[in-house]
Design a binder for this molecule. Structure first.
Ligand SMILES: Nc1ncnc2c1ncn2[C@@H]1O[C@H](COP(=O)(O)OP(=O)(O)OP(=O)(O)O)[C@@H](O)[C@H]1O
Length: 261
């Protein structure tokens, strides 16, 4: 690997815009995520998180701006990097009639995984899916489907992992265990993770950096500690409410005043 490749960001969005017929979903978003970092993407319903992730994956074409993953411009150059990235979203259904094993095997083939059977068996063991492997995916509970979706996301041991609400519909115990699994994956693989979540405790636990979106724009961006300090809050839930209710500008003005003193 060249020095340039090592220092270039794993994910880079530059003035990314997506306009749908109904309006602007993403309105000029820029960020650069270093390799090995874990970033939380926060924002209220409709803020543009899923659309941003879909553009990073190359599933949605930006109206303007660019997004690069591991140096490849998405979606134009996606075939250069698709085998090195993966994603999980509760909104993407797998073929429901296929068994869990069949689904994971199909995705393993799509992502060019070697030794698929062994990889499926390993992930099933780690994600408590052994008893579900030969059941049709459509007959699983929401929480079980979420675990299968995570196994799908990890099938190719991706360097870049995009997660859209990875613990949605999980009970607190299972959600906690999935977070532990993600922490271990990050440590073992050195993966770059971007995680959209409405669970602030999850974001505080997993993320080095938090990007808060509002109406398609980045409203704030910083480490969890820096955000807590900026808003004078003790947890991210309160920061989120401040931003959602428009107290972000006041905090910004305070920070600017403090910096000027
Ligand atoms: N395929 C689409 N066609 C038209 N509009 C869309 C489409 N997908 C999303 N939108 C709109 O774009 C905006 C941003 O949606 P998006 O799903 O990115 O938000 P989000 O932050 O992920 O929200 P949530 O927290 O509810 O999942 C919303 O106003 C939504 O209605």
């Amino acid at each position: 690997m060249t020095a340039a490749a090592r220092i270039s960001p794993a994910i880079e969005a530059d003035r990314l815009v997506k306009i749908y017929k109904g309006g602007t979903a993403v309105d000029g978003v820029s960020f650069a995520l270093p390799a090995g970092s874990v970033t939380g993407l926060l924002g209220g319903n409709g803020a543009g998180k899923t659309t941003t992730i879909a553009m990073i994956m190359g599933l949605v074409m930006p109206t303007s701006g660019t997004v690069r993953v591991l140096g490849a411009e998405m979606p134009r150059q996606r075939y250069r990097v698709l085998e090195r990235m993966n994603f999980e979203s509760p909104y993407v259904e797998m073929p429901l009639r296929l068994t869990v094993r069949q689904n994971l095997t199909v995705f393993g083939k799509l992502y060019g995984v070697d030794g698929i059977d062994a990889q499926v068996a390993r992930l099933a063991g780690e994600l408590d899916l052994v008893a579900l492997l030969d059941r049709p995916t459509g007959k699983l509970s929401a929480g079980q489907k979420t675990r299968v979706a995570l196994a799908k996301a990890l099938i190719n041991s991706p360097e870049v992992l995009l997660l859209d609400e990875p613990t949605a519909s999980l009970d607190p115990d299972t959600a906690d265990w999935i977070r532990e699994r993600l922490e271990r994956y990050r440590a073992e693989r050195g993966a770059t993770i971007l995680l959209a979540s409405h669970n602030m405790a999850e974001v505080e636990r997993l993320c080095d950096r938090v990007i808060i979106m509002k109406r398609g724009r980045i409203e704030d961006d910083g480490t969890p500690a820096a955000l807590l300090a900026r808003y004078g809050r003790s947890n991210l839930e309160e920061v989120f409410l401040d931003v959602a209710r428009g107290r972000g500008e006041a905090a910004e003005a305070d920070a600017e005043r403090e910096a000027a003193q």
